[in-house]
Ligand binder design. Structure first.
Ligand code: C2E
Ligand code: CA
Ligand code: CA
Ligand code: CA
Length: 277
């Protein structure tokens, strides 16, 4: 059976073929993504639900390879996690995002920068030290940086992840649980996590205006998070109705296409100017 399984990986499968080839090409090109400077960060604004103020942005990675074209993060990050390439990629993301935060601060914007970490990053021995040095070097107030870790990433090696998050948090940075509601963490687990913020997954937010079930789930999650002293964020806000419902349910922060898609820094600055007018 093992032999058969092995065979089926390389065997020709109609339809699967193209996908398989693309995967191989991505794996091949990944090691050059950082060195060839084909990576770019886009930024999506985070909005205070109460008054519409821009409180910061989330950095979202974009990769454009000369041969393959645009590769979406959902496609290459899982592969980069498998090959270990996620380590230099994340190092690049952190320095690029902090550079941008510093720029915005110099322009007088009191912003928070949210940076995504993968489970693999939490196993790196130098992660915390390196982040500490970078914050220091740029004179960035650690409380202006949030690290987002998905709920499911925390399940990989919970003890190690919890210890690492606690270490990170001791620097003064904020920790956010991303995609909340899509994993299977229990309330008992949530209580043990050293986190400051809970980010409700967009699958619960998108249909808020038409789905009573989603509204119930979101409302009770918001109540729970607030009772635990966490800041609440809803992602995937695509229309004004969702915004109003979330504000009525006392969600703290909103993110979504309704406000803006993730934009390259120059476009973000343009959007900001327009938004602040
Ligand atoms: P995420 O962290 O949950 O990021 C939110 C995703 O939802 C982004 O997709 C964003 O473009 C999209 N989004 C935002 N607002 C809306 C909306 O209103 N409607 C809809 N339909 N989508 C919305 P993106 O940029 O393609 O990123 C996908 C995922 O890739 C991210 O999900 C995150 O898990 C991962 N990722 C992105 N950048 C990084 C990174 O630098 N490091 C790591 N480890 N993961 C990253
Ligand atoms: Ca995120
Ligand atoms: Ca998310
Ligand atoms: Ca996600």
């Amino acid at each position: 059976a093992a032999k058969l399984q092995q065979l089926s990986v390389v065997e020709y499968e109609p339809g699967m073929d193209e996908q398989h080839m693309r995967r191989l090409r991505i794996l091949q090109a990944l090691p050059n993504a950082v060195t060839e400077q084909n990576l770019q960060l886009h930024y999506q604004p985070k909005i205070a639900a109460a008054d519409g103020r821009v409180i910061g942005a989330e950095a979202l990675l974009r990769w454009r390879d000369d041969g393959i074209g645009v590769v979406r993060p959902d496609e290459f990050i899982p592969l980069a996690e498998q090959t270990g390439e996620i380590t230099p990629i994340t190092a690049w993301v952190i320095q690029a995002a902090l550079d941008q935060l510093q720029l915005w601060q110099e322009q007088g914007f009191d912003f928070v920068m949210a940076i995504n970490l993968s489970a693999v990053n939490l196993q790196e021995p130098e992660l915390v030290e390196s982040i500490q040095q970078q914050l220091k070097r740029r004179h960035i107030d650690p409380s202006k940086v949030t690290f987002e870790v998905t709920e499911s990433a925390l399940m990989v090696e919970p003890e190690l992840a919890i210890a690492k998050l606690a270490e990170l948090r001791a620097l003064g940075v904020k920790i956010s649980i991303d995609d909340y509601g899509t994993g299977y963490s229990s309330l008992a687990q949530l209580k043990r996590l050293p986190v400051d913020e809970l980010k409700i997954d967009r699958s619960f937010v998108q249909d808020l205006a038409i789905s009573d079930i989603d509204l119930t789930i979101v409302a009770s999650t918001l109540r729970l998070a607030r009772d635990m002293g966490l800041t609440t964020v809803a992602e995937g806000v695509e229309d004004e109705q969702a915004w109003q419902l979330l504000r009525d349910k006392n969600c703290d922060v909103l993110q979504g296409f309704y406000f803006s898609r993730p934009l390259a820094a120059a476009q973000f600055d343009k959007w900001l100017k327009e938004y602040l007018r």
